[in-house]
Design a protein around this ligand. Structure first.
Ligand code: NDP
Ligand code: OXD
Length: 306
């Protein structure tokens, strides 16, 4: 069995070594133009030439959860496209989102500013009931985040394409349930995949539906958000601010208004990092299953886009 590795911005050696250890007997190598056909590929943002030259892949394993960049390419029709299925990401995402919600709710940003000025001053406690949090996308990451927020006793709403039942979370579904979901939330967390249906979904109209003093946490993809609309709504006072981890252009250009806006927190696409060991174990397990003719979880529905 031959496994080829083609991942942009990733040091190949530890991955190759890990895959060789997890799949003894397999030949594992980095792809270069003209390389022979492999059985499976481990990829992140591969060039189109790679896919054109590897039409017979059985599995194309993305080393991230989001497959939007991959699905923009022309993919071999018979190949299974497989996303990372948690692999240590959901706990990181829960940490990031709970931190962002609590930092905003408890005004820790304000206390940091006070400390910088040597000021000892209390802020009035806020009521959790007045900070309902909405999670857009209740998949592998969104469900974990919604459950984690419940642990802190925030009222939690969730929105997904198909109806869900999650204990303690008020679930809304489909286009018909979208505005009621938004209107029920003051803090909005985006964990949707980027698809033609969800591109620009965080815009002036939808963000205006949030309760006054709304706060946005975008941890999914930059192209979900219309940047100018967020700035307009913060500057008009309808939104209190935002914590942003993902951007239309990454790295975020140095002259972008988000860098210096006092009500916006920027992090460099780091809310849930790919963990190498967990990811290799998961991918190797799925390759073994495919080779045994078994079905696997995490196969992307190309029509749906996630
Ligand atoms: P999943 O595919 O497991 O979940 C996607 C969820 O979104 C599902 O609940 C799905 O509904 C819902 N959904 C999809 N389309 C729509 C729609 N049109 N309307 C309403 N709901 C919709 O994805 P993950 O939870 O694993 O990941 C989510 C995204 O997070 C990734 O696609 C990626 O972009 C981003 N991400 C960001 C990272 C970072 O570091 N910033 C790290 C990892 C991921 P249903 O359940 O009904 O299908
Ligand atoms: C992912 C990401 O999709 O890192 O996994 O954003």
């Amino acid at each position: 069995m031959h496994i080829t590795f083609c991942c942009a911005d990733t040091r190949p050696e530890p991955w190759l070594e890990g895959l060789r250890t997890a799949l003894p007997g397999a030949t594992v190598s980095t792809w270069s133009p003209g390389a022979p056909q492999a059985d499976h590929a481990v990829v992140w943002s591969p060039p189109q030439q790679f896919l054109d030259e590897q039409p017979g892949l059985k599995g194309l394993f993305n080393i991230g959860a989001g497959v939007d960049a991959l699905l923009k390419l022309k993919l071999p029709p018979g190949t299974k496209v497989v996303r990372l299925d948690d692999a240590g990401m959901s706990v990181q995402m829960a940490e990031y989102v709970c931190h962002a919600v609590i930092r905003h709710f408890r005004e820790f940003d304000g206390y940091e500013a006070d400390m910088a000025e040597g000021r000892w001053s209390f802020r009035k406690p806020r009521l959790r009931a007045e900070f309902p949090v909405g999670v857009m996308g209740l998949g592998v990451l969104g469900e974990r985040v919604a459950r984690a927020l419940r642990q802190f006793e925030f009222p939690v709403h969730g929105w997904s394409r198909s109806p869900k039942t999650i204990e303690g979370v008020q679930c809304h579904a489909g286009a018909g349930g979208f505005d009621a979901f938004l209107g029920a939330c003051r803090v909005l967390v985006n964990l949707l995949p980027l698809t033609p249906d969800t591109q620009n979904i965080l815009n002036r109209r939808t963000l205006s539906c949030l309760q006054p003093g709304g706060y946005l946490i975008n941890v999914a993809r930059g192209a979900h958000l219309v940047d100018e609309d967020l700035l307009t709504l913060i500057d008009s006072g309808h939104l209190a601010g935002a914590a942003l981890d993902v951007f239309r252009v990454e790295p975020l250009p140095s002259d972008h208004a988000f860098w210096t806006h006092p009500k916006i927190t920027v992090t460099p696409h780091t809310s849930a990092r790919t963990l190498r060991e967990e990811s290799i174990a998961q991918i190797a397990g799925k390759i073994r299953s495919i080779e045994r003719g078994e079905s696997i979880a995490g196969v992307v529905d190309r029509e749906r886009g996630y």
